[in-house]
Structures are given as C-alpha cells and as structure tokens.
Design a protein around this ligand. Structure first.
Ligand SMILES: Nc1ncnc2c1ncn2[C@@H]1O[C@H](COP(=O)(O)OP(=O)(O)O)[C@@H](O)[C@H]1O
Ligand SMILES: [Mg+2]
Length: 185
C-alpha cells in the first residue's frame, strides 16, 4: 500500500490545563474519505485545528506528504496543499462572493490571473449558486450558500487534502448531497 498522505501520531493537545485530545492517531490515504465521529466536545475541531497548525500539540507528531508539520506555520500548511473549511464557515462577511474566492487563491498568486480564473470557473461550475451571487456580499448569503462559499474558497487553494469541519450543519439535504458528490469529481 502507498504511504499515507496524512499521518497523525499520538497527539496530545491542551487548552491551558484542559487535556482536550488524548493520544489520537490516524492516517489518511490518497482518495480516501475519513470521518471523525464524536459527541459535542469530543475534540473533532481541536484535532482539525491542530493538523492545520492553529494549535500546537504538546506531544506527538503530524506529517503531511512525508514532511513533519511541527515547525510549519498555518499559511504554509495551506501552501503545501492541506486546506480546512472551518466550523461555522468563517467567510469574510463584508466581501463579495467572488472576493472571498479570490482570497482562497492567495497561495496561488504565482500561477497568474488566468489560472486563478480557471479555478474560479471550476468552483462556479460546482456551485452555480455562487456564480449567480458572485457580486453579493457574503454576509447576506444564506447559511447553506456560505457553506458552499467556504468550501469553494478552500478549493481555490488547490488542496490535495480538504478538511471539512461540520460541513452539513446548516445544509438542506439536497445541498448536503451536492457537497459530498464533489469528492467524486
Ligand atoms: N479555545 C478553547 N479553550 C478551552 N477549551 C476549549 C477551547 N476550544 C475547545 N475547548 C474544549 O476542548 C474540548 C474539545 O472541543 P472541540 O474540539 O471543539 O470538540 P468538537 O469539535 O468535537 O465538538 C471541549 O471540552 C471544549 O470545551
Ligand atoms: Mg467542532
């Protein structure tokens, strides 16, 4: 079997004295869909935020595409192809749909505008609703539309691995299906 693209090994994460993640290990292989299941407060978001390097594990290690992430800052993690769609979407509310998507491409600026425009069209093809609303300020989008936008924004960084935190929380069942179908493409 090929090497795992993501390896999480025995991580322990604390918030002050609260031991939130206790010895978590798992691996993700190419083209695999891995789901973290747990009750509220189980530590799913903490795990994803630690992989993204927004939090530091006190012990344990995380490697992505064969490289240890211990000293890699979060924006460099995105550059390496690991993107996160945060819980609660966190889109830039005052910016338009298209501006949000362009922000997602900031690691791709060396590719030039033509390539970024291609990616933009790819996102609009996946989510025609976003194309209709490209000039609309994100704060006025519905919850489901903001979720699509958060996902589209992450896709603009051309991720090799996409981490979705509670992607179906606010979605109507039909949108939910659409988001899961994207993995097939
Ligand atoms: N910023 C924080 N400060 C202190 N404790 C936190 C913080 N964020 C999360 N926690 C605690 O860490 C644990 C795991 O939370 P979280 O990762 O958000 O769980 P989940 O995403 O599975 O619902 C919970 O007990 C939560 O209260
Ligand atoms: Mg959570």
């Amino acid at each position: 079997m090929a090497e795992a693209i993501l390896k999480v090994e025995d991580i322990n994460v604390y918030y002050g004295s609260i031991h939130a993640i206790k010895g978590v290990s798992f691996e993700v292989y190419e083209r695999e869909i891995v789901t973290l299941i747990g009750a509220n407060g189980a530590g799913k978001s903490t795990t994803l935020n630690t992989i993204s390097r927004l939090l530091n594990p006190r012990t344990g290690s995380i490697s992505f595409l064969g490289q240890n992430l211990a000293k890699v800052p979060p924006h460099k993690v995105v550059e390496r192809g690991l993107a996160q769609v945060p819980e609660g979407r966190r889109v830039f509310l005052q910016m338009t749909t298209q501006e949000n998507l362009e922000m997602g491409a900031y690691t791709q600026s060396a590719n030039g505008a033509a390539e970024i425009n291609k990616d933009l069209e790819m996102v609009f093809e996946l989510f025609p609703r976003l194309k209709e609303r490209r000039k609309q300020v994100a704060g006025t989008l519905s919850g489901g539309e903001q979720q699509m936008l958060a996902m589209g924004r992450a896709l603009m960084s051309r991720p090799k691995l996409l981490m979705l935190d509670e992607p179906s929380m606010v979605l109507a069942p039909k949108l939910y299906e659409q988001i899961y179908e994207i993995n097939e493409k």
